[in-house]
Design a protein around this ligand. Structure first.
Ligand code: NAP
Length: 302
């Protein structure tokens, strides 16, 4: 065994295009991890602090892209990606482009085609944490696209967060992202609505929160969602411990209680309408998870 200290590979140069709150956090994390970092932003003043810490401000987008084998883009949306990168399209050939702005799977597919036409390896991505958590342990980043592009740049991507490749379909990262954001908004709204409902009787949110979370996690998340997920794949909704008809009754009580207490009733009203549709489609004797059959289809016109 050699007694020479192991030499670490030199961090790869990387370019960051877009210095909004998120792009700034990405560039900071890359600099902190020792990557020679080139940046570009429409408003160049936003690069001042990064430059003071060792980043180089590209003279143009093409100059910035040319500086590194990998360019990370974090702009407002896909339309802005094309506006900004079109003038630098020639510089992309033979390099990798990682796009971290939000959007839809269709937009991600179009961007992958756009990059392929310009000879660039393309990964689409989604950042699952707010800017202050970028670069911190547990900061999850989703990616989708060719595994060989992901593998070639995994070490650089790991400087921004924990990189997870979801698959080669470029639309998967934004699809997971929108699915999880939908879960987040539905859960937060459910909590806020429940807090408003008990608040109508003077219960403080701080008192209710602890009780709600300690009921919700073991009873709903662990015992129902995690345990019964395989049933969703199998379309198996046994109603022997409680039927959808029974749950429709509970949703009716929530909606009526909201009206009695003078609390917004549209959110439970929508859940009641969805359950009623599942019952109308023949799932009344199944358990509540049979509403999954409704969610898998496009909404019916009113
Ligand atoms: P943002 O407001 O969505 O994007 C700001 C960036 O877009 C800036 O670099 C801005 O340039 C640039 N930009 C906007 N319009 C432009 C145009 N017409 N031409 C050229 N550049 C333009 O802020 P952000 O928070 O940094 O978000 C960036 C992306 O990350 C978004 O897609 C967002 O959904 C996603 N994201 C953000 C968060 C978060 O918590 N912030 C979390 C996850 C994902 P200027 O500086 O010149 O205005």
């Amino acid at each position: 065994m050699s007694d020479q200290p192991a030499t670490r590979p030199q961090p790869t140069p990387v370019t960051v295009i877009g210095l909004g709150p998120m792009g700034l956090a990405l560039a900071e994390a890359l600099l902190k991890n020792g990557h020679p970092t080139t940046v570009w932003n429409r408003t160049p003043e936003k690069a001042r602090d990064l430059v003071a810490r060792g980043a180089r401000l590209g003279a143009s987008v093409a100059d910035a892209v040319s500086a590194s084998p990998l360019t990370v883009v974090c702009l407002k949306d896909y339309a802005t990606l094309y506006d900004v990168l079109d003038p630098a399209a020639g510089a992309l050939a033979g390099r990798a482009l990682v796009n971290l702005n939000s959007g839809t799977p269709k937009e991600a597919h179009a961007a992958a085609d756009w990059a392929a036409e310009r000879g660039a390896g393309y990964l689409d991505g989604a950042i699952m944490v707010p800017p202050p958590l970028v670069g911190e342990p547990g900061a999850v980043f989703f990616y989708s696209g060719p595994p060989e592009v992901f593998d070639a740049h995994r070490a650089t991507l790991a400087s921004m967060g924990d990189p997870r490749l979801l698959g080669s379909d470029p639309g998967l990262a934004v699809l997971y992202n929108t699915a999880l954001l939908g879960l987040m908004y539905a859960t937060v709204n459910g909590f806020l609505h429940a807090t408003a409902l008990v608040g109508s009787a003077g219960v403080p949110a701080a008192e209710f929160a602890d009780l709600a979370v300690n009921w919700f996690l073991p009873t709903v998340v662990d015992a129902t969602l995690v345990e019964q997920a395989p049933d969703l794949d199998a379309g198996h909704y046994p109603g022997d411990l409680g039927t959808l008809e029974m749950n429709l009754n509970a949703l009716e009580h929530i909606t009526r209680t909201c009206a009695e207490q003078g609390v917004h009733a549209e959110q439970p009203g929508l859940m009641r309408a969805i359950a009623a549709r599942a019952v109308a489609e023949g799932h009344g004797d199944s358990n509540y998870l049979a509403v999954f059959e409704v969610f898998k289809k496009a909404a019916r016109a009113a």
